[in-house]
Write a protein that binds this ligand. Structure first.
Ligand SMILES: Cc1cc2nc3c(=O)[nH]c(=O)nc-3n(C[C@H](O)[C@H](O)[C@H](O)COP(=O)(O)OP(=O)(O)OC[C@H]3O[C@@H](n4cnc5c(N)ncnc54)[C@H](O)[C@@H]3O)c2cc1C
Length: 665
């Protein structure tokens, strides 16, 4: 603490659990905690990583500043000999989107997942040492979600043993890839493979884009930045780019050939590695996105919770202190479900990490049985958690009243940087519809005796779930994990079954699917919410040491589930899983749970263990010393550099003089 005074000390003293133990639970393990703690402090204490000047820089300065930080981060990573996990942490705590995110997060995994052994040996050492910098160039001006609609072509020329990469139309221009605009030297470019006039669909190709000597685009290549994006500062540190090819030639061995190959003779062959292998990479990328959702959400919640304890409005009696806004029941009903969601998404992310390891092991043993389910599940959880997080950051801004709208609250930038997560790596609605397709397929296969696996296993009990009526009689019944779980299972199952029944009324199933899209997306949401609730409950079945830690998590789990039940009461009632009386008992229980969280709220956000540097918010400062710091910060704004602003004499003064003259008339 800067001046040694902890304005939130009283709040911290009220905690009924061991915060240090909760920090371990949040981090996933003691080792993870120690790693995050060490690296976050390292970044926070290094002035080269300061970020409070970000919002006042123009785009060019901002971008240059990003390059400086990325280069410095790389220098520190090599000097300190950080391993892969430590390096990833360091980049995350620097907290500034940069070309390196795509290099490490998409380019390298694409080669690892889709490249042959030989290709990996050639390209990965260069990428690992950053002797080349790569991007992931899939999306085009005309198509994103519909990957099969991409128009860039890669035509095989048997005479020279090369592919000719070409952008035949304006809409085939690559558009969006991060890092492409100004920095990447190479890209994994997705293009339609054409051999002898025949189209073999979309494949990935490693293409050198810029000279390694002078950084100019290579002949036939046009590249630029796509321009300013949402929010000041924010994601504008990233050079999302546009790219066009004019008959650019690359050697044949630069097509990523793990799954399919083109031979010297120009024959297209599938290897014995199944095509679903690429799903494995997607499971990995999306699992990281779910973890990132819990991080972004917890940052927003930490800011809103601490500030809600500092902020006072109304309710003063006889000149005493006013009420802390966190004590208003409306504030609690808006804030505490978000706090519970942060923990829920954390555990869902942890479980997905396990799922990825499981899928990878199975793939190595040639077992592909769980892959479609794992793929649908990660797609759904990516969609659910990123949508909820984006909405929650905005809600946290509102929970902070007027000051939440100040950039120094950290919330506008967090929101602007975070929201595209709802769009990239699969538009969230498109992903929900993929989940819905999987659910419809699962139901249609039940008759043939195929047993649903993993997160769809509950579908195997459809007979029981379609007959289910909750037996809740009093508010406390809603605290029983089985009672909650069955209600969520029955609601999800019935919404899916209703869709399947409606689909069967259509002669053409695809026509029916298109007609029912909105219902299908809702059924998918119900299924995904069930997954998150069930993973939270499973977490509570593990050994959780530390005084009072389990009790706090039980309260948060109940809040997560019951606040969803409250929000989607229409679903639960219309599917007949619960009756109106049981719905009001859930709300009653929820009110009681909020009062249980209240004394622990500050400690529960302290358990995230965020440094003030990482939070980047005056409202969320650890010491709660908000007002003097807000006042100080205001004076740092460049507008306050001069007493009379530029332009005043030119534009406003003549106006004032004019009025003066008129007044005299
Ligand atoms: C910040 C940012 C970074 C990005 N980085 C990269 C990158 O590094 N590399 C890269 O290749 N791409 C990148 N992208 C592109 C991104 O992957 C695509 O924008 C994304 O996949 C969505 O596709 P789209 O833009 O075509 O949206 P569209 O599909 O055009 O979506 C428009 C609307 O149509 C709806 N819709 C579309 N299809 C259907 C359907 N079948 N049924 C119902 N509704 C539908 C969607 O829900 C949405 O509401 C990035 C995008 C952003 C915003």
């Amino acid at each position: 603490m800067e001046d040694g005074v902890d304005h939130l000390a009283f709040e911290r003293s009220k905690a009924q659990f061991d915060v240090d133990e909760m920090k371990i639970v949040w981090a996933g393990s003691r080792q993870e905690f120690e790693l995050s703690d060490r690296i976050s402090r390292l970044v926070a204490s290094d002035p080269a990583f300061r970020k409070d000047d970000r919002i006042t820089l123009d785009r060019k300065e901002l971008f240059k500043n990003t390059l400086r930080k990325a280069a410095y981060a790389w220098k520190r990573i090599t000097e300190l000999r950080l391993n892969e996990q430590e390096a990833y942490k360091l980049r995350s705590f620097v907290d500034q989107p940069a070309f390196t995110d795509l290099h490490w997060g998409m380019f390298v995994p694409a080669i690892q997942g889709q490249g042959t052994e030989e290709q990996q040996q050639k390209w990965l050492p260069l990428a690992y040492k950053m002797q080349i910098i790569g991007c992931y160039a899939q999306t085009e001006l005309g198509h994103g979600s519909n990957v099969q609609g991409l128009e860039t072509t890669a035509t095989f020329d048997p005479k020279t043993d090369e592919f000719i990469i070409h952008s035949p139309t304006l809409t085939s221009s690559k558009w969006w890839p991060g890092g492409l605009g100004k920095i990447s030297t190479h890209g994994v470019v997705y293009a339609r493979l054409i051999i002898d006039g025949q189209d073999h669909g979309v494949h990935g190709f490693i293409v050198q884009l810029r000279s390694l000597d002078d950084h100019y685009p290579l002949p036939g290549i046009t590249i630029g930045d796509i321009g300013m994006k949402f929010g000041n500062g924010a994601y504008n540190t990233m050079d999302n780019g546009l790219l066009r090819f004019d008959h650019v030639r690359i050697p044949r061995n630069q097509m990523l050939m793990r799954v399919s190959q083109v031979t010297r003779e120009g024959k297209f062959v599938h290897s014995d590695v199944p095509r679903q292998l690429v799903y494995g990479t997607m499971v990995n990328v999306r699992q990281k996105i779910v973890s990132d959702a819990s991080v972004a959400l917890s940052r927003a919640v930490c800011i809103a919770t601490r500030y809600s304890a500092v902020r006072r409005q109304f309710g003063s009696h006889n000149g005493g202190l006013e009420t802390q806004v966190i004590d208003y029941k409306t504030q609690q009903a808006r804030l505490f479900p978000l706090l519970a969601s942060a923990y829920a998404f954390r555990f869902a992310g942890e479980w997905l990490k396990w799922l990825y390891r499981d899928v990878t092991e199975r793939l190595q043993a040639n077992d592909f049985s769980t892959l479609p389910e794992a793929h649908a599940c990660t797609a759904g959880l990516k969609s659910l958690t990123t949508t909820a997080t984006a909405d929650a950051i905005e809600e946290c801004r509102k929970l902070c009243g007027g000051h939440g709208y100040l950039c120094s609250s950290g919330l506008p930038e967090l929101f602007a940087v975070y929201v595209p997560a709802c769009t990239y790596e699969g538009d969230n609605t498109v992903l929900l519809l993929q989940v819905a397709r999987h659910l419809m397929k699962t139901i249609s296969q039940l008759g043939s005796g195929r047993k649903p696996v993993g997160t769809t296993a509950y579908m195997g009990r459809l007979d029981q779930l379609t007959q289910y009526h909750s037996d809740v009689k009093k508010a406390e019944d809603w605290l029983k994990p089985n009672v909650v779980l069955e209600a969520f299972e029955a609601r999800a199952a019935r919404m899916s079954v209703a869709c399947a029944q409606n689909l069967s009324k259509f002669a053409n199933p695809e026509e029916g699917f298109q007609e029912l899209l909105a219902d299908l997306a809702e059924a998918a949401v119900a299924h995904c919410q069930l997954i998150v609730v069930s993973k939270f409950i499973e977490k509570l079945q593990q050994d959780i040491p530390g005084k009072g830690v389990r009790q706090q998590l039980e309260v948060l789990c109940s809040i997560y589930a019951l606040s969803l039940l409250h929000k989607h009461l229409g679903d639960f009632l219309s599917t007949g899983c619960i009756n109106p009386k049981q719905g009001s008992l859930a709300s009653e229980q929820l009110r009681y749970l909020y009062s249980q969280v209240r004394p622990n709220a500050i400690a529960l956000v302290d358990a995230f263990n965020y440094t003030d540097h990482y939070l980047g918010s005056i409202l969320g400062r650890y010491d709660g010393n908000v007002y003097p710091k807000l006042y100080e910060e205001a004076w740092k704004d460049p507008l306050n550099d001069s007493v009379v602003p530029d332009g005043f004499k030119e534009y406003v003064q003549p106006m004032l003089k004019q009025q003066l003259r008129n007044a005299r008339l």
